[in-house]
Design a binder for this molecule. Structure first.
Ligand code: C2O
Ligand code: CU
Length: 478
C-alpha cells in the first residue's frame, strides 16, 4: 500500500557513470522535426515505439503523432493561418487541443464541447491563425489522462516576426512515464483510484525529448533560447542547468514584463506549464554540464549541455538581454466592474468530502468512487457539468477566486484566455499572464482576465487524474 504511494522517478543520477556509459549521440537538431507551415501538415495519431529507457533496455510501445514521442515540433509565424490534418489511427477516438493558443473556439479540440471526437479511421482539419507568439503545445482532449500518458503530445512554436537574436532555439519537453515490466507502459494505472484521488499518476521514468537522457551540443559563448514544456500527467518539477544562470523571458507563451532569474536558478513547471529561457553558455570548451530535473527531493539527470572544443567567436554581452515584444492580448482588466466567480475545489484523499452532485444527482463519496471513479468537485459538482461555471459577455473582466479546500496541489488550466493572479493567499501574487496556474494545498488564488474570446472554454486541473476524477468545468463567453 505504502510502496505504491512512493513510486519515484528512477534514481539514475546515483548510478555511477551511467551518463558517461550511455554514449548517446549528440541530439539531432530539433529542426529535423520542424514542419513548415507553408505546406499543409498532417498529424497521424498512431501506435509506435520509442526508446525511453536506458540503452540496452527494451523499447516502449507508445501512441504518438506520426508515431513519434514527442510528436513533430510544429512552427508557424505569428498570425499566419495554419492548417493541420489530424488522422486518427488509434484504437480510440481522439482530438487535438492546441494548449495555450487563444484560438477560435471551434478549433480548440475539446471532445464533446467544441467538436465531436474523431473516430478511428477518420480525420479532422484544424485551421487557425495563432495570435500570440511563444511556446505552446498540442495534445489530445479525449481521455487525455490516457492518451497524453501514452505519448501523444508535441511542441507548437509560434515565431515572432523579429525573434530575439540567439545562436540556438531549443525545445525541451520533459515527461514522466510510468513504465511497468518489459518496458511497457503501466496501463492498469490509468484508472487507478489511488492515483486519481491523490497526486495523480506519477511516473517512474523521466524523459527529455523522449530520451532517457538527451544531450545538446553547444559552443562556449553561445546564447540559447530554451523552450521548456512539462508534458507530464501529474509531475511538478523544477529544472536547472548546472553552472548556468538562465533568465525567464516568457511563461506559458506570454512574455514577462521583465526577464528574471528564477529562485535557486530553478524553473518550476507544473504539468502543462512552459517557460522560455535565455541561457548564455558560460562554461569552458570541452566541458559538459548537467540538465537537472528536480522532483520533490529527487535530483535527476535529464540531459547534458555538451560543450564543443571550439569557442564561439563573438562573445555575447551578458547585460544585453533580449526582451520579447508583448503579444496582442487584451491586458486591460477592469477590476471595478468585473464579474466575480467563486470556484471551490474539494475532494481527494485526506479531505472531509462526503458527497457531491454528479450528473444531476447528489451522490455519496463511496458511490462516486466505486461506481464512477470520481473523487473531486468544483463548487460541489463533479465535472463535467451541463451548465457552465459562468457566462461572460465579451469585454467583461472576470475575477475567479479559486479556493483549494483539498490537501493536494493543482494546476488550473483555462482554455481560450490567459489569466493573471491578483491575489495569492500567503504571498505576493505572481503578475504573469498564464494559462495554467499552480496552487498549493489550502491556498486561495484569485485571477482575473478580460473575456474577449467567444465560445465554450474548459477550465480544469491539468493533473490529468484529477481532471478524470471530476476537476473539470467550463465557462462561456458570449
Ligand atoms: Cu492542455 Cu484542457 O488542456
Ligand atoms: Cu488537480
Amino acid at each position: 500500500m505504502e510502496s505504491h504511494q512512493h513510486i519515484m522517478i528512477n534514481r539514475r543520477t546515483f548510478v555511477h557513470g551511467s551518463a558517461a556509459a550511455s554514449a548517446l549521440a549528440l541530439a539531432a537538431p530539433m529542426s529535423a522535426g520542424f514542419a513548415r507551415s507553408d505546406s499543409a501538415l498532417r498529424l497521424v495519431a498512431k501506435p509506435g515505439s520509442a526508446h525511453l529507457l536506458e540503452p540496452g533496455q527494451p523499447q516502449t510501445p507508445i501512441w504518438g503523432y506520426n508515431g513519434l514521442v514527442p510528436g513533430p515540433t510544429l512552427r508557424v509565424p505569428q498570425g499566419q493561418e495554419f492548417d493541420v490534418e489530424l488522422i486518427n489511427k488509434l484504437p480510440q477516438p481522439t482530438t487535438v487541443h492546441w494548449h495555450g493558443i487563444r484560438i477560435i473556439n471551434a478549433m480548440d479540440g475539446v471532445a464533446g464541447l467544441t467538436q465531436p471526437p474523431v473516430q478511428h479511421g477518420d480525420s479532422f482539419n484544424y485551421r487557425f491563425a495563432p495570435p500570440d507568439a511563444g511556446t505552446y503545445w498540442y495534445h489530445p482532449h479525449y481521455r487525455t489522462w490516457e492518451q497524453l500518458a501514452r505519448g501523444l503530445h508535441g511542441a507548437l512554436i509560434v515565431d515572432e516576426a523579429k525573434p530575439p537574436e540567439v545562436d540556438q532555439d531549443l525545445v525541451m519537453i520533459f515527461d514522466d512515464w510510468r513504465i511497468g515490466t518489459k518496458g511497457k507502459i503501466d496501463d492498469a494505472s490509468f484508472e487507478s483510484m489511488h492515483d486519481i484521488s491523490h497526486a495523480g499518476r506519477l511516473g517512474n521514468i523521466l524523459t527529455l525529448n523522449g530520451k532517457f537522457t538527451q544531450d545538446f551540443s553547444v559552443l562556449s559563448g553561445q546564447r540559447l533560447r530554451l523552450r521548456l514544456i512539462n508534458a507530464s500527467n501529474a509531475r511538478v518539477m523544477g529544472v536547472s542547468f548546472d553552472g548556468h544562470d538562465p533568465l525567464v523571458v516568457a511563461l506559458d507563451g506570454q512574455p514577462v514584463d521583465r526577464p528574471f532569474a528564477p529562485a535557486r536558478n530553478t524553473i518550476l513547471l507544473a504539468p502543462a506549464q512552459r517557460a522560455d529561457l535565455i541561457l548564455d553558455c558560460t562554461e569552458e570548451p570541452g566541458t559538459k554540464s548537467e540538465i537537472v530535473a528536480h522532483a520533490g527531493r529527487e535530483r535527476l539527470t535529464a540531459g547534458w549541455l555538451v560543450y564543443d572544443e571550439k569557442r564561439r567567436q563573438r562573445q555575447n554581452v551578458l547585460a544585453d538581454f533580449p526582451i520579447l515584444q508583448p503579444n496582442p492580448m487584451p491586458t486591460d482588466i477592469d477590476l471595478d466592474n468585473a464579474a466575480p466567480i467563486d470556484l471551490v475545489m474539494s475532494g481527494g484523499a485526506r479531505s472531509a468530502f462526503r458527497s457531491a452532485e454528479y450528473k444531476g444527482q447528489e451522490l455519496g463519496i463511496r458511490e462516486l468512487v466505486r461506481k464512477h471513479k470520481k473523487a473531486w468537485a468544483f463548487n460541489g459538482t463533479v465535472g463535467f457539468p451541463d451548465k457552465p461555471l459562468a457566462v461572460l459577455e465579451t469585454g467583461k473582466t472576470a475575477i475567479v477566486r479559486m479556493i483549494n479546500k483539498t490537501a493536494w496541489p493543482h494546476a488550473m488550466h483555462f482554455h481560450g484566455h490567459h489569466v493573471r493572479e491578483i491575489s495569492h493567499s500567503g504571498r505576493e501574487p505572481q503578475r504573469f499572464w498564464r494559462d495554467t496556474v499552480f496552487m498549493q494545498p489550502s491556498e486561495t488564488v484569485t485571477i482575473a482576465f478580460k473575456a474577449h474570446n467567444p465560445g465554450k472554454w474548459m477550465l480544469h486541473c491539468h493533473m490529468l487524474g484529477h481532471q478524470r476524477g471530476g476537476m473539470s468545468t467550463w465557462y462561456e463567453v458570449v
